[in-house]
Design a binder for this molecule. Structure first.
Ligand code: CAA
Length: 257
């Protein structure tokens, strides 16, 4: 498939997807969404891939949904097409996804990063939900995922004022897992992805599924869900191998990678 808005490469068991609309600071238009959905699905189905890194350019991870594409929308068109619903397929990718964020991650760009499982930011990263400045509200999950990630006080501050948050504040607030120097961003993200991809893939996928349930379930239901997944792993060869290797003081060789 020829891609106009993305670049992809694989390094061992890690797939790297780079948003590539440099003239528009990687603004997220329909073409990019279509290509990203297809690419995520392709790597999701590829048993040789254990983790995905999603990144942008040095200047912008993504400066938001494409404002020029949205400007002529009317209410009926937006409603009938359930505009932005297509992004849930990206959020529902079952394999672990790391967002490597440099520069602007604004509006839909911040929301896309939050659809990923781990955000690793360069010290140049700026996060924000400036939709209010355009006369709209976040529409790709910003009011929901940002509030869960950093709490009401800061989510309100960002969504109501439209201000940008630097990487250091984003890490302090819990949005970002790690901040690194810009030059180290990709190496750090790929190393983390390689580490994840070296473990049992079904186990990594269950970790993702279970952590994500924390946002959706009561504590009692979430604990039961986690425990049932935990029980199921005792039916796998990878549990036998992982615990066996520990006891025998050797490195585990997981089968389901
Ligand atoms: N949509 C479409 N085009 C965009 C864009 C966007 N979100 N962000 C930047 N661009 C385009 C600019 O129009 C410009 O194109 P031209 O050269 O053709 O004029 C090009 O990218 C470079 O941008 P700037 O000249 O503005 O670059 P800058 O360095 O001066 O400013 C910026 C950078 C502060 C990020 C500024 O581009 C900006 O404010 N962008 C919009 C940010 C924004 O409001 N994002 C939210 C969008 S709405 C949304 O995402 C809804 C949702 O909930 C999903």
């Amino acid at each position: 498939m020829a891609l106009n808005t993305l670049k992809t490469e694989t390094r061992g068991r890690v797939a790297i997807i780079t948003l590539n609309r440099p003239d528009a600071l990687n603004a997220l238009n329909s073409e990019l969404l279509g290509e990203l959905r297809e690419t995520m699905a392709k790597f999701g189905d590829d048993e040789k891939i254990g983790a995905i890194v999603l990144t942008g350019s040095e200047k912008a991870f993504a400066a938001g949904a494409d404002i020029k594409e949205m400007q002529p929308l009317d209410y009926v068109g937006a409603y009938m097409n359930d505009f932005f619903e297509g992004w849930s397929a990206v959020a529902n990718t079952r394999k672990p996804v790391i967002a490597a964020v440099s520069g602007y991650a604004l509006g839909g760009g911040c929301e896309l990063a939050m659809m990923c499982d781990i955000i690793i930011a360069s010290d140049t990263a700026k996060f924000g939900q400036p939709e209010i400045t355009l006369g709209v509200i976040p529409g790709m999950g910003g009011t929901q995922r940002l509030t869960r990630a950093i709490g009401k006080a800061k989510a309100m501050d960002l969504c109501l004022t439209g201000r940008f948050m630097e990487a250091e504040e984003a890490e302090r607030s819990g949005l970002v897992a790690r901040v690194v120097a810009a030059d180290d961003l990709m190496a750090t993200a790929i190393k983390a992805a390689e580490k994840i991809a070296g473990f049992s893939l079904p186990v990594a996928m269950m970790v993702k599924e279970s952590v994500n349930r924390a946002d959706e379930m009561t504590l009692a239901e979430g604990l039961r869900f986690e425990r049932r997944l935990f029980h199921s792993l005792f039916a796998t060869e990878d549990q036998k191998e992982g615990m066996g290797a520990f006891v025998e003081k050797r490195k585990a060789q997981f089968k389901h990678r």
